[in-house]
Design a protein around this ligand. Structure first.
Ligand SMILES: C[S@@+](CC[C@H](N)C(=O)[O-])C[C@H]1O[C@@H](n2cnc3c(N)ncnc32)[C@H](O)[C@@H]1O
Length: 282
């Protein structure tokens, strides 16, 4: 027998990060279309700003923000993992990326009070048990006195199903949303802090929280964004043969349900959060 293992492309491509990264570019575009801006219009752009993007992923936001600012601006994307950072050789000279855990409440001494703007987007799945204060403490330490915080979130607990016309079944879409929220709850992602956002930010002088509804023309696009995410989640579900008795669902039954969800979506059902929560504070 040969000692060379059989080539299996699915095993070879262990890390399928490009799926996740593609979805983040797409989601970035959707947020811009929903809000109508990259850098919040309140933030003065006529001075050399130092900008930090926390949990920047592939840098979709920070790269686009660099196009809106003069070349004197300096922009840094921070993330706990570097696998989605673009190659520095291809970046504008005033954009860089760096590894940083932003959930500790601490801040490296060389970054203390060095940023005019800190941007955060979509930490709803990262903040565990509602403990958002360590992240906010890190933001305060990164910001110069009087600096600006810009933050966008959606609240998964507001996810719901709509149809353009009556008589379109939504039972499987509703079941999927219920399950996602249940699994989130079991793993500690709770979203009460988002209903209390203004209070969580009460150490800032001036806090504006806006709830921007999803334009109906983008219902299809947001739905597809969620479907890509929810399909990825299947990989984290235990297979029936390995499942403990208390798992809410196995990978096989999840994928069966997902097929039915797609049938409902193909008939016109859409999945949407109520709005995008857009915060600016300083
Ligand atoms: C949902 S993605 C959002 C990416 C980006 N903000 C966007 O909107 O396109 C969350 C990002 O946060 C990063 N992240 C998770 N925990 C983190 C931590 N403790 N410190 C810094 N980044 C973190 C993840 O690696 C991921 O890139």
């Amino acid at each position: 027998m040969s000692a060379v293992p059989e080539y299996n492309p699915r095993q070879f491509w262990k890390s399928r990060d490009f799926h996740n990264s593609t979805r983040l570019y797409f989601q970035h575009w959707l947020v811009q279309k929903t809000l109508g801006y990259v850098l919040h219009p309140c933030i003065p752009k006529d001075r050399p700003l130092r900008v930090a993007d926390l949990g920047c992923g592939n840098g979709a936001w920070v790269i686009e923000a660099s196009h809106e600012l003069p070349s004197t601006a300096e922009l840094t994307g921070f993330d706990i993992a570097a696998h989605n950072f673009p190659a520095p050789e291809f970046l504008p000279p005033n954009v860089k990326f760096s590894i940083l855990d932003v959930m500790t409440g601490a801040c490296p001494s060389d970054l203390m009070e060095t940023f005019d703007v800190v941007h955060i987007r979509f930490f709803n799945g990262i903040v565990l048990n509602g403990e958002v204060q360590p992240l906010i403490r890190t933001v305060r330490k990164l910001l110069k006195p009087g600096g600006w915080l810009q933050w966008e979130e959606m609240d998964p607990s507001t996810l719901d199903v709509r149809t353009p016309r009556p008589n379109i079944d939504t039972a499987y879409c509703e079941k999927l949303i219920g399950l996602i929220l249940k699994v989130g709850d079991m793993t500690g992602t709770k979203f009460d802090w988002l209903s209390n956002f203004e209070n969580e930010l009460n150490m800032f002088k001036d806090v504006q929280v806006r709830h921007v509804p999803i334009p109906p023309a983008y219902h299809k696009a947001w739905t597809e964004n969620y479907l890509v995410l929810f399909e990825e989640i299947a990989e984290r579900m235990p297979r029936a043969e390995d499942a403990a008795p208390n798992v809410p669902i196995t990978r096989e039954s999840y994928l069966d349900m997902f097929e039915k969800v797609i049938e409902e979506v193909n008939k016109g059902a859409v999945l949407n959060s109520k709005d995008v929560i857009a915060v600016v504070a300083h």
